[in-house]
Design a binder for this molecule. Structure first.
Ligand SMILES: Cc1cc2nc3c(=O)[nH]c(=O)nc-3n(C[C@H](O)[C@H](O)[C@H](O)COP(=O)(O)OP(=O)(O)OC[C@H]3O[C@@H](n4cnc5c(N)ncnc54)[C@H](O)[C@@H]3O)c2cc1C
Length: 415
């Protein structure tokens, strides 16, 4: 069902998801599997303003399992590339240089770490699946304008003047979420003073399924495999430099990129549209309150280092869907305090730990303080030299050590 007439039955045990980015779409589809009626309020999704969103998402195996279980993976697979290894290269120019480190999925008994998926087709595929999900109603709207959480339900007022009521509202409305604000959840936010430039490009040398992250003084520059001799780029720079890169003509940009990649991928051509993303770090003080649960960037945002953002968001989705399925199976209120407390206790540590790790690495790159530079170099030496440490980091990078919900396991396997 995807008509534009909102249903709202105050006595119903129902859910409204606010926001149709990747986290909101996955949440709506996953929650609808528990047979609780779900309404998705879908405002236009334009993360790069009026330009194409040329970001890709490197998603690890648990996130791929989730997409597969939601039926989205078969639509995305053709446009995605396997990630066999991740290479870290010190390009800081510091006096104390860190060694190059290669993390290979085969070292931890995995065929691949995951896949690199272009974000626009991913959102498109999820939209199609959402439309075909019987217990999910999509309400195309200019957006939710006001929310009033009460004791028994949440009232949501839409831009079109309609009112919805829900036992549970899911905030998937991004980092400036008004749904989070309505819940009375505060945030800690820090501007990183960095901007990412993204695009997809062609090259003459094989990437061999290896993602390469150049650690530079202004931030990382990462090239991630795409099918064939194509890669995606996330180039983090100071805002003024990023703007210059964004404004360059295509041959000039290709030349500059080629020089900065130091021949790694050979000659660069066919540079696709560029997009630009100012970076900030944000975490919510909790992940749920007052009949509202946060998923994705409404709860946590961080610079694109180590491909953590959407992987973390999809773990929010899988955990929330599991709790809701259990609760509705017992005939309980899906927005109850006990469910929200449980969700918060499952998600806050993961979000905080990832944010802390990403922020620490980013700050270590930016630091001009020699002891910090020395610490970073020593750390990389240890990671390169000590196999078990490297293996542990690889596993932790992909997912926390705590058990993952069933939606993040490939069906029929225990992986
Ligand atoms: C350069 C870059 C590279 C990245 N690479 C990776 C990567 O390789 N791997 C990875 O895991 N992550 C990566 N990330 C992170 C990932 O892109 C984000 O985590 C993800 O896109 C966030 O999705 P979201 O659905 O939470 O939020 P958004 O994409 O911000 O979606 C929020 C949605 O809510 C809607 N909305 C807002 N307000 C309202 C309202 N009032 N009512 C209704 N709807 C509303 C918006 O229109 C939007 O559609 C990267 C991020 C950047 C910036």
């Amino acid at each position: 069902m995807s008509d534009n007439t909102p249903r709202s039955n105050p006595s119903e045990n129902n859910i409204v998801v606010v926001g149709a980015g990747p986290a909101g779409l996955c949440a709506a589809i996953a929650l609808a599997k528990s047979d609780v009626p779900v309404t998705l309020v879908a405002a236009p999704h334009r993360p790069a303003g009026n330009r194409p969103d040329t970001r890709t998402a490197a998603l690890f195996n648990p996130a791929i399992a989730l997409l597969s279980n939601l039926g989205a993976w078969e639509y995305c697979k053709q446009q995605s590339a396997e990630l066999h290894a991740i290479r870290l290269i010190d390009d800081t120019g510091d006096l104390i240089r860190a060694p190059e480190v290669l993390f290979n999925a085969s070292e931890i008994g995995a065929q691949v770490f995951g896949y690199n998926i272009p974000q626009e087709p991913l959102v498109h595929a999820l939209r199609e699946i959402a439309k075909q999900t019987p217990t999910l109603q999509i309400f195309e709207s200019a957006g939710v304008r006001e929310l009033n959480p009460g004791t028994d339900d949440v009232e949501l007022r839409l831009a079109e003047g309609e009112t919805l009521r829900a036992k549970l509202a899911v905030a998937a409305d991004g980092r400036r979420s008004i749904t989070r604000q309505a819940a009375g959840i505060t945030t800690e936010t820090r501007d990183c003073g960095q901007t990412a430039v993204t695009c997809i490009f062609a090259h003459t040398r094989d990437h061999a399924g290896v993602s390469s992250e150049f650690h530079r003084r202004a931030g990382p520059m990462t090239v991630v495999p795409m099918p064939g001799r194509h890669s995606s780029l996330v180039w983090v720079e100071r805002p003024s430099v990023a703007q210059r890169l964004y404004d360059m003509d295509e041959p000039g940009f290709a030349r500059t990129l080629e020089q900065n990649l130091q021949g790694l991928l050979g000659t660069i051509s066919e540079v696709g549209p560029r997009a630009i993303f100012p970076l900030s770090y944000m975490h919510a003080d909790r992940m749920a309150r007052n009949r509202i649960a946060l998923v994705g960037e409404s709860g946590h945002a961080m610079p694109p280092i180590g491909a953590q953002g959407l992987n973390l968001s999809l773990r929010d989705v899988a955990h929330l869907a599991e709790l809701v399925a259990e609760s509705s199976g017992r005939g309980e209120d899906v927005g109850s305090q006990s469910l929200l407390r449980r969700y918060d206790s499952l998600r806050t540590p993961d979000a905080r730990n990832r944010g802390f790790a990403v922020n620490t690495l980013n700050q270590a790159l930016l630091s001009e303080f020699p002891p910090v530079q020395l610490g970073r170099a020593v750390g990389m030496h240890l990671i390169k030299a000590i196999g078990p440490l490297r293996h542990q980091l690889m596993k932790l990078g992909m997912a926390p050590t705590t058990p993952l919900p069933p939606l993040m396991h490939f069906r029929g396997t225990s992986s």
